[in-house]
Design a protein around this ligand. Structure first.
Ligand code: NAD
Ligand code: LMR
Length: 323
């Protein structure tokens, strides 16, 4: 007998990322090939026609695991009793809009969705914020969901982690799967810090295998930080399929564990590494038993501290711009 469908809410359902994400979810890429799912698709009233088109395409795939699809513009209906939610929908920057205006417009969206999650989401639901500015949106959501465990909310830094894995594997001539203990710290923005200090490939320190500090500091770190912008410049739109892939990677590891390996997640700070409490910041984690734990007690040298301080400063600035 098949088990009860897992309910997955996805916001921004008519958008670019969801045009990849929804089909991956329906194919069983998150919960596996024997777990049926229900998709709850949330988007704005004016996007409902486009969502209907995506629903028709999902139907036309005849996914055996996709038991039900709900289309709605009501966050409470979308999040009612969900097991997982991908918060992808957010307001893009428009002409003449200052970053502060963008922060404020998105803060409003994540206030409303935080309140709805607080009231109706399953208490063990995992909420992954993808829509930018992702870290600050997640902080706003947490602040507006006082009865919801903040550890059940994270924002996406996995795309940056995956980007760095590929560049490091190429440089070290190893497989991406050989690499462990890479960390991407901070904000999902150009201040993020892809840190190879602890990274190994097949047990050997990557910094020794690659032995090129100039490449690390002057090529890898800035390229990862600016990769999103480079993709926008090249394709005229922000990353979509790779973002959807990273969202599934982050959620899947969070649910099913990392088998003793490290990954990067942006989670609420409890003051580790001098990151102010309440900020949602990229840190090294390990996942086990449907939960994450932050890798604690790492010694940070002066270079690491200065990079981490810079990205923390930006997160504090985003928080303060909204208060
Ligand atoms: P898109 O513009 O194609 O789609 C966004 C969708 O969100 C639209 O359908 C829009 O109607 C919807 N939306 C807007 N406000 C909403 C609301 N209040 N409730 C529900 N839906 C709403 O954008 P996209 O390419 O899919 O990207 C989505 C977001 O993800 C953007 O903010 C983008 O910058 C961000 N992003 C984040 C990462 C990351 O690593 N964290 C990576 C890539 C993109
Ligand atoms: C990305 O990293 O690809 C995106 O967050 C870029 C963006 O600004 O949408």
């Amino acid at each position: 007998m098949q088990s009860t469908p897992k309910k997955i809410a996805v916001t921004g359902a008519a958008g670019q990322i969801c045009y990849s994400l929804l089909f991956r979810l329906a194919n069983g890429d998150l919960y596996g090939k024997s777990q049926p799912i229900e998709l709850r698709l949330l988007d704005l009233p004016q996007a409902q026609d486009a969502v209907r088109g995506v629903v028709m395409e999902l139907e036309d795939c005849a996914f055996p695991l996709l038991h039900n699809i709900v289309m709605t513009d009501d966050p409470r209906q979308a999040f009612e009793g969900v097991d997982a939610a991908f918060l992808v929908g957010s307001r893009p920057r428009s002409k003449g809009m200052e970053r502060r205006d963008l922060l404020a417009a998105n803060a409003e969206i994540f206030k409303v969705q935080g309140r709805a999650i607080n009231e109706v989401a399953g208490r063990r639901a995992k909420i992954l914020v993808v829509g930018n500015p992702a870290n600050t949106n997640a902080s706003i959501l947490i602040a507006n969901a006082p009865d919801f465990n903040p550890r059940q909310v994270s924002s996406m830094i996995r795309l940056d982690h995956n980007r760095a894995l590929t560049q490091l594997a190429r440089k070290a001539a190893c497989g991406v799967g050989d690499i462990d203990k890479l960390v991407v710290w901070g904000n999902h923005s150009p201040t993020m810090f892809a840190d190879w200090t602890y990274a190994t490939a097949a047990g050997r320190p990557l910094s020794e295998t690659i032995a090129d500090d100039h490449w690390y500091k002057e090529v890898l770190i800035p390229e990862i930080a600016r990769r999103g912008t480079a993709i926008i410049e090249a394709r005229g739109a922000s990353s979509a399929a790779s973002a959807a892939n990273a969202a599934i990677d982050q959620m899947r590891d969070w649910m099913h564990g990392t088998d003793g390996r490290w990954t990067s997640m942006a989670v609420i700070s409890q003051g580790q590494y001098g990151i102010p409490e309440g900020l949602v910041c990229g840190v090294p984690v390990m996942c086990e038993d449907d939960d994450y734990s932050v890798v604690e007690g790492l010694d940070l040298d002066g270079f690491q501290k200065s990079k981490l301080d810079k990205t923390i400063e930006e997160l504090v600035g985003e928080r303060d711009a909204l208060s």
